[in-house]
Design a protein around this ligand. Structure first.
Ligand code: NAP
Length: 269
């Protein structure tokens, strides 16, 4: 029988760290399966799904830019991802062999902050793109207090608050940030090739947590500024590994060995 495989699709895709993560876990578990990279352009997305769905060796795929929304047009959506989060990052087969879409980004975002008491707490989110959408969904489920969204395009921030029924304000990037229990950078600022996120953290209380989902570079100016203030921090690899772990279980049917995260993180830096 042909060896089972899953893959990550997107355009561009060469930079994706997903193959490093999934191949690490497959090898650690001694599994006879592969995790590949596949460049899929928007005009080949429909053909991609038609071909792969007919291939019994294909377990499914992770989805990155620009297909997270469009993928929902090609698969069933029994969990209601289209109306809840509005984007998918994983497509897989269920026990009956039916193809379905889901999104492990909210769970991956939540895992590192699961110990925080955020119900009713004020939160700041910077960014209003695809990643912010998954994060706002998670925040809405956690019952957080007012959410202040800072984004270059203010309307996108306001639309996200409305989409997830969150109370709060949408402000332009550069506005002073209010006190908050959690500040999340979900924008591309600070990422390689983008300007750094220049933000004054002085309004944050001493027990605030600063979470930067950017993982390239891992040590961002935002995290350095938070550490300089002795605030607790969460870096982008935590969410990246967290969402991948949930996807691995869906794609390969077993939990990944999270006790080897230190070794995995060293490979991803
Ligand atoms: P996206 O949908 O393209 O959104 C990009 C966001 O960054 C938007 O809010 C955009 O503002 C803002 N932005 C981009 N360039 C900017 C600039 N020059 N000045 C001001 N704002 C700018 O991308 P995404 O998928 O949400 O990803 C955002 C970041 O999160 C990326 O660095 C990505 O690598 C990271 N990420 C990490 C994980 C993880 O697991 N750790 C998962 C997903 C994404 P406008 O809305 O005004 O354009």
């Amino acid at each position: 029988m042909t060896r089972r495989y899953a893959e990550v699709i997107g355009d561009p895709i060469a930079h994706s760290k997903s193959p490093i993560i999934h191949e690490f876990w497959l090898a650690a578990l001694g599994m006879e399966a592969d995790y590949r990279t596949c460049r899929v352009t928007p005009d080949t997305l429909a053909a991609y799904f038609a071909e792969r769905i007919a291939d019994p060796a294909w377990s499914g795929c992770n989805i990155t830019i620009p297909h997270k929304i469009a993928a929902l047009n090609h698969v069933a959506d029994p969990g209601g991802v289209r109306t809840s989060i509005g984007a998918a990052n994983t497509v897989a087969r269920n026990e009956k062999g039916d193809i379905f879409a889901t999104n492990t980004d909210p769970g991956g975002f939540y895992a590192p902050i699961a110990g925080l008491e955020l119900e009713g707490a004020p939160v700041v989110v910077i960014g209003a793109g695809g990643a912010a959408r998954a994060i706002m969904f998670a925040l809405s489920r956690l019952g957080v207090g007012p959410v202040t969204v800072l984004n270059r395009n203010v309307l996108k921030g306001a639309a996200l608050l409305a989409a997830f029924g969150l109370k709060g304000n949408a402000l332009p990037l550069g506005s002073p940030i209010p006190p908050a229990a959690l500040l999340v950078n979900a924008s591309a600022l600070g990422m390689k090739g983008h300007p750094p996120l220049d933000i004054d953290l002085s309004a944050l209380p001493d027990d605030a947590v600063v979470y930067d989902i950017v993982y390239a570079p891992l040590e961002t100016a935002l995290l350095a500024a938070a550490r300089a203030r002795a605030l607790d921090t969460v870096d982008g690899l935590e969410m990246l590994i967290g969402q991948a772990a949930l996807a691995f279980e869906i794609l390969f049917g077993v939990e990944p060995p999270r006790d080897r995260d230190d070794e995995l993180r060293a490979r991803l830096k």
